[in-house]
Design a protein around this ligand. Structure first.
Ligand SMILES: *[C@@H]1O[C@H](CO)[C@@H](O)[C@H](O)[C@H]1NC(C)=O
Ligand SMILES: *[C@@H]1O[C@H](CO)[C@@H](O)[C@H](O)[C@H]1NC(C)=O
Ligand SMILES: *[C@@H]1O[C@H](CO)[C@@H](O)[C@H](O)[C@H]1NC(C)=O
Length: 181
């Protein structure tokens, strides 16, 4: 226990320093990464209290990351135009959207059984190939979901002797699909 906390403090300090020094870069990255349709959906939900964020856009938001989400909301508030009373509600809804999206595990839903099988064969057994259309399905799920799904399958057991190989295949497949499409 004591050892764990000793190790955690430097890690936290390092993370804080990194995020401070990359603050400007992060803001630029956040602007560029925003999917237009999903951006509108999140803004409508957080700023105008109009509707919920769809599962698809929750996925995009999760991939963006909590820090980016908060940064984008913060910048929009700072740009002005909202009454302080509204801002309080905006912040509340912003946190609400993030926590709702985090609790929806959209990664669980396998869209296509054929592609699911192809991907599992390739990544976990080094067999067969993943078709171009299944690459498309994989890319649409997003990198975060790909990583989460592979990780969950490894954790379910059976890959204690070749987990590294599986992760390498997982990364290779993602990179390959990204260049093919
Ligand atoms: C949005 O989500 C909340 C909580 O999950 C739910 O109560 C509400 O009915 C939803 N609204 C719409 C428009 O789907
Ligand atoms: C990893 O090990 C599991 C369990 O023995 C096996 O089913 C799978 O095919 C192996 N994968 C690779 C890429 O060797
Ligand atoms: C990359 O993807 C293409 C198309 O899906 C496939 O034909 C090829 O074998 C893959 N290469 C590797 C190294 O996985």
């Amino acid at each position: 226990m004591a050892m764990a906390s000793v190790h955690m403090i430097p890690a936290f300090v390092v993370l804080t320093l990194v995020s401070c020094s990359t603050g400007v870069a992060l803001a630029q990255v956040c602007q560029r990464m925003t999917d237009v349709t999903c951006g509108r959906e999140v803004v409508a939900s957080v700023f105008d209290n109009r509707g919920n964020v769809t599962e698809k856009c929750c996925g995009v938001l999760l991939q963006l990351g909590e820090e980016c989400h908060n940064t984008l909301v913060e910048r929009r508030i700072a740009a002005g135009g909202y009454e302080d009373k509204q801002v309080v509600d905006i912040i509340r809804r912003s946190f609400g959207v993030w926590s709702t999206c985090s609790s929806i595990d959209s990664c669980k839903r396998i869209t296509d059984p054929t592609c699911g099988r192809e991907i599992v064969q390739k990544v976990f057994h080094g067999q067969g190939d993943v078709s171009g259309s299944c690459c498309g399905v994989l890319l649409q799920k997003g990198k975060r979901c790909h990583t989460v799904l592979v990780g969950e399958r490894i954790l379910a057991g059976g890959y204690e002797t070749n987990a590294t190989q599986v992760i390498r295949a997982s990364v290779a497949l993602w990179n390959n699909c990204s260049t093919v499409i």
